[in-house]
Write a protein that binds this ligand. Structure first.
Ligand SMILES: NC(=O)c1ccc[n+]([C@@H]2O[C@H](COP(=O)([O-])OP(=O)(O)OC[C@H]3O[C@@H](n4cnc5c(N)ncnc54)[C@H](O)[C@@H]3O)[C@@H](O)[C@H]2O)c1
Length: 265
């Protein structure tokens, strides 16, 4: 039986752990050739090795996505290894909690670089390769904060809002190249990054469990919940979908906060 991503070449940034790793694993099971880009060498290699051990195709490319030269090298390596680039998932993100008063110039710059400038560089160097092979799909991992904004995630909210604008602008600019660009909103996923952050703020696992149970559909989202949507947007099943927002967040973006929700923030 033909798999949903049969031989599609897929670059996923920030795939050493968390949501990105879940996407890489599911994409490989669906037949994609996955290029894992991350700043964490050991964890990135381990993710690629686990995919290969399970019978999939994956390589790791050490990349700091805030560096333009490294993003260019990533796309070059993907093209040389597998012959083309069909899908780019801009998944890298960093979400330190800080209000306006708490946000220093340095933090502002760092958050904007990691969450927004990275996607600009990756698109800049992936799109020519996609155009050369007849098209592609770009999936930008956004956030509810890119639409609503949370006061204690100021710079992150601005960066994710910018990512939405990048999505729509590139979707319009490159439709004629058969390149689709979409924005996916995960809900609340207890990834390694999110868990470390919550623990550093003194939030316990029991608090997080109770908060999850109070969400509208009764639990946190998982990397797999997000990965199902990434596979859809990467596949030809979504051939007529571009410039859109896909929420995988149990209604968090579109519905009012449900009564009784314990939101840890
Ligand atoms: N976890 C959530 O609840 C949640 C909710 C909404 C959106 N998101 C978004 O989903 C995406 C993934 O988040 P996650 O929760 O899996 O995070 P995570 O912290 O668990 O994983 C992020 C990955 O990005 C890598 N990374 C960070 N900076 C990098 C850099 N400069 N160059 C290369 N790699 C770098 C890290 O090494 C890590 O492997 C992010 O864009 C995040 O904003 C997460």
């Amino acid at each position: 039986m033909t798999k949903r991503l049969n031989e599609k070449v897929m670059v996923i940034t920030g795939a050493a752990q968390g949501i990105g790793r879940g996407c890489a694993q599911m994409a490989a099971r669906e037949g994609a050739y996955v290029v894992i880009a991350d700043i964490q060498k050991e964890a990135g290699e381990a993710t690629a090795a686990a995919i290969r051990a399970a019978g999939g195709q994956a390589v790791f490319q050490a990349t700091n996505v805030v560096n333009e030269t490294e993003c260019a090298a990533l796309m070059q390596a993907a093209s040389e290894t597998y012959g083309r680039i069909d899908v780019l998932v801009n998944n890298v993100g960093w979400f330190p909690r800080a209000t306006l008063e708490e946000t220093t110039t340095e933090l502002w710059e760092q958050v904007l670089q990691i969450n927004l400038r990275s996607a600009f560089y990756c698109c800049k160097y992936a799109i020519p390769a996609m155009r050369a092979s007849g098209g592609g799909s770009i999936i930008n991992i956004g956030s509810l904060n890119g639409i609503q904004g949370l006061p204690n995630l100021l710079a992150y909210s601005v960066a994710k809002g910018g990512l939405l604008s990048l999505t729509r602008t590139l979707a319009g600019a490159h439709a004629a190249d058969n390149i689709r660009v979409n924005y996916l909103i995960p809900g609340w996923v207890l990834s390694e990054g999110e868990l470390a952050l919550q623990h550093s703020r003194g939030v316990s696992d029991a608090d997080l469990q109770r908060a999850g149970q109070s969400l509208r559909l009764g639990r946190h989202q998982t990397p797999e919940d997000v990965a199902y949507a990434v596979v859809y947007l990467a596949s030809d099943e979504s051939a007529q979908v571009t410039g859109t927002i896909l929420n995988i967040d149990a209604g968090a973006t579109t519905l009012p906060i449900s009564p009784g929700t314990l939101y840890v923030g």
